[in-house]
Design a protein around this ligand. Structure first.
Ligand SMILES: NC(=O)c1ccc[n+]([C@@H]2O[C@H](COP(=O)([O-])OP(=O)(O)OC[C@H]3O[C@@H](n4cnc5c(N)ncnc54)[C@H](O)[C@@H]3O)[C@@H](O)[C@H]2O)c1
Length: 357
């Protein structure tokens, strides 16, 4: 029975992966203990999403286990054993602001939890494909050293710079910079995933996400900015913009497009690969531009304040260059740009009101 394990299955990327892979596998094993509500409060709970998956996919089995609990995980790996053909590991403490509150919790979830998943994969199903959702924060604040120019609504890189056309590629250094505590715990996990590919010759891949987004994000002030902004626009709640004149640029990839990357990798895996994975030049916006788009889509004026202090280590301009992935997997492409994603969110949030409040 071909089986996929998806950690963080109640979260944005995990739940998209369940929906995507349910038709390709006999069993989908979801692991999520709703730690997101501990990180960000009840409004960020992912419980609703797990219930939705259980209702919708009869081959979905949920385990309320903690990825830090090696014994609990081992029972799952022992049960499904070599039937496990794919692991999509998305469970994480995902916020760099939150990480500074409890560095031990952050590191144990992001680094140690990932090591648990890798080691059990090596012991029980070493031929499986192991996909890890890393982050562009592994590059720390190095992107802030790029030559940027200020435009009316955004920061932009100088046109002569090699990153202008496609964005930042995987060769950017992860050294000599401030990562934030979160960035550091993700670096540890990112390197381990690469190492299990290179040293143990397993089929592992690291996807360094820009902003990952989509209608199934349980957006909170500290994580999931587009979903949270859209919620504020719909519910007429206050929003804070932190620093850089609100012109900081993020590239935003829809969760479907990212999981579709995983599918392409799964079909033709490689060992210890690293890919930047964001919306690239295809889908990106500044904070101000995102506010304008949400106002246009909802018809509501957003009540926001501007605070001078930027978040520590926050990127001023980040656009992912996904051309390495496109070269390895030429049949993959984006399907949803930022406007489509925001419109989808608006529709989803307004027809799923219980989750918005
Ligand atoms: N969303 C983004 O913008 C973004 C950007 C770059 C990288 N990433 C990375 O992508 C991955 C997925 O992000 P997301 O936005 O889907 O996050 P998410 O918070 O929506 O989902 C993560 C899920 O993992 C669960 N979880 C957390 N700790 C756990 C633990 N110890 N045991 C079991 N379950 C646990 C949470 O309850 C949550 O449901 C994360 O690794 C994150 O660091 C996200």
């Amino acid at each position: 029975m071909k089986t996929a394990i998806i950690t963080g299955s109640g979260g944005l990327i995990g739940s998209e992966a369940v929906s995507f892979f349910a038709k390709h596998f006999d069993y989908i094993i979801g692991i999520d203990n709703n730690l997101r509500s501990y990180f960000f409060g009840d409004t960020a709970s992912t419980h609703w999403n797990v219930e939705r998956l259980q209702d919708r996919y009869p081959n979905y089995r949920h385990y309320d286990a903690d990825i830090r609990d090696a014994e609990a995980l081992e029972k799952i790996f022992k049960k499904y054993n070599s039937d496990i053909a794919l692991i999509v590991h998305t469970a994480a403490q995902p916020s760099h602001d939150w990480a500074a509150r409890e560095p031990r919790t952050d590191f144990s979830v992001n680094a140690y939890g990932t090591l648990n998943m890798l080691e059990l994969t090596r012991l029980y199903c070493p031929k499986a494909v192991f996909i890890f959702t890393s982050t562009n924060k592994v590059y720390g604040d190095n992107p802030n050293l790029l030559p940027l120019v200020e435009q009316q609504t955004r920061w932009e890189i100088e046109e002569q710079h090699p990153y202008y056309k496609e964005g930042i590629d995987e060769r950017m250094s992860i050294d000599f910079c401030k990562h934030s505590v979160f960035g550091a715990s993700k670096v540890a996990a990112d390197i381990m995933v690469q190492e299990y590919g290179r040293y143990f010759e397993m089929n592992t891949a690291v996807f360094r996400g820009g902003c990952l987004t989509g209608p199934n994000h349980s957006g909170a002030q500290l994580h999931g900015f587009l979903a949270y902004l859209m919620k504020c626009a719909i519910n007429k709640e206050h929003y804070n913009v932190f620093g850089y004149k609100g012109k900081q640029v993020r590239d935003n990839i829809h969760s479907y497009d990212l999981v579709n990357m995983f599918w392409h990798f799964y079909k033709h895996p490689r060992k210890g690969e690293v890919y930047n994975a964001g919306g690239g030049r295809f889908s990106n916006c500044s904070m101000i531009e995102a506010i304008e788009m949400c106002e246009e889509i909802t018809g509501n004026k957003i009540d926001y304040s501007y605070l001078d202090n930027n978040r520590i280590g926050d990127h001023i301009w980040y656009i992912s260059d996904v051309s390495k992935f496109k070269t390895h997997y030429p049949n993959w492409n984006y399907t949803k740009n930022i406007h489509q994603t925001l419109s989808e969110m608006f529709f989803s949030f307004t027809t799923r009101e219980a989750e918005v409040v």
